[in-house]
Design a protein around this ligand. Structure first.
Ligand code: HPA
Ligand code: ZN
Length: 350
């Protein structure tokens, strides 16, 4: 029987709150698996696969992670992903992520992957999906973590390309739960993918979309109305449109917010200016996630710790954010209830 948060919730402050932020069970709903590729693993895979990298060392590569906007990041992110060639490479990348996620007490992860980044280099779809899906099974066995995959279409490419990608992935339909939309947002509105998302809906795939990261609030509206997205990835620019804020609060479509990413890509000027608290205060179902943690300076635990250190957020916000992560997930209701019980236990023990 669920008990809800403890009555003395507000007494949890300082180091007790920091410890609770670390220890509470978490769901991660916005992580690009290619964005978890750490420089050390990029170099190891480049070596293994005979791929020449335009950087002489791990440190030189890491030094290039000085992004000015989304596109400056994407250029390096796609270059990093070029070392992935074999099923074993995809498996190794995902296993490294799961080890980090478990250390942050992630119990459920819905993981984005970008097949077009790989199939365009001649890597078969099955190589990508089998490597990632096998890692998910191994992670459940080894770490007890629950994971599923979401196939993302690259929005800078055409809708025909997205349709061809969907076609190539359909024989592997049982190994991913849904589709998303990522890559360069500006100039690539949701409407561009209306037909392919409609087809995915007919196929029973869950639908999410990046919107309102660099793109305007109108892209969030279109992701909801045209793509029928069940979650909005990022979505922070909704705050520029009060009517949209009201609607998001009413319909409770979740936002998967990634604070460290937003700072690194210049979406917000600094962490202490991040609108996470404003989103919660407006009644929007916001969650905390890591996006591309190998590139943005931290995994989900660091996103929680640094954001709470920078903003006037308290234990009620911690509870709401962690709870939203579970309720916003695509897990079965019974499974969600177990996680919510575990969350209440973590708060009761704090
Ligand atoms: N936005 C869009 N596309 C992406 C991102 C992001 O933050 N990360 C990886 N692909
Ligand atoms: Zn993202």
């Amino acid at each position: 029987m669920r008990s809800g948060p403890p009555a003395n919730l507000d007494a949890i402050t300082g180091e007790r709150l920091r410890a609770l932020l670390r220890a509470m069970p978490k769901a991660e709903l916005h992580v690009h698996i290619e964005g978890t590729l750490e420089p050390e693993l990029i170099f190891a895979l480049a070596d293994r696969n005979g791929v020449a990298l335009p950087y002489p060392s791990v440190d030189a590569l890491r030094a290039a992670y000085a992004f000015t906007d989304l596109q400056s990041f994407l250029d390096i992110y796609y270059a990093g992903a070029s070392v992935l060639r074999t099923e074993e490479d995809f498996h190794a990348m995902a296993m490294a992520y799961f080890a980090r996620a478990v250390a942050d007490h992630v119990v459920h992860a819905e993981i984005f992957f970008d097949p077009q980044t790989h199939t365009s280099r001649g890597v078969p779809m099955a190589t990508v999906v089998h490597g990632l899906a096998r890692a998910g099974q191994d992670a459940r066995r080894i770490h007890g973590i629950d994971a599923s995959l979401i196939l993302c279409f690259l929005r800078h490419l055409s809708e025909d390309d997205a349709f061809a990608t969907l076609e190539a992935a359909l024989p592997l339909r049982d190994q991913f739960i849904g589709v998303g939309l990522d890559s360069g947002e500006r100039g690539n509105p949701p409407e561009k993918f209306a037909r392919v998302f409609a087809r995915c809906g007919e196929l029973g795939l869950r639908r999410v979309a990046h919107a309102g990261e660099e793109g305007p609030p109108a892209y969030i509206r279109a992701a909801l109305d045209v793509l029928h997205a069940e979650r909005i990835d990022h979505g922070v620019r909704c705050l520029e449109d009060p009517a949209l804020v009201t609607d998001l609060a009413r319909i409770q479509v979740p936002l998967t917010v990634c604070p460290l990413s937003n700072v690194r890509l210049g979406v917000v000027p600094a962490l202490h200016r991040h609108p996470l608290g404003a989103l919660l205060a407006a009644g929007i179902r916001a969650t905390v996630n890591s996006d591309d943690p190998a590139y943005f300076g931290g995994y989900i635990g660091a996103n929680y710790a640094e954001t709470f250190a920078a903003l006037p957020l308290g234990p009620r916000d911690a509870y709401a954010l962690a709870r939203n992560g579970f309720t916003a997930s695509f897990a079965e209701p019974g499974v969600k209830r177990r996680w919510l019980d575990a969350l209440d236990e973590a708060f009761a023990a704090a």
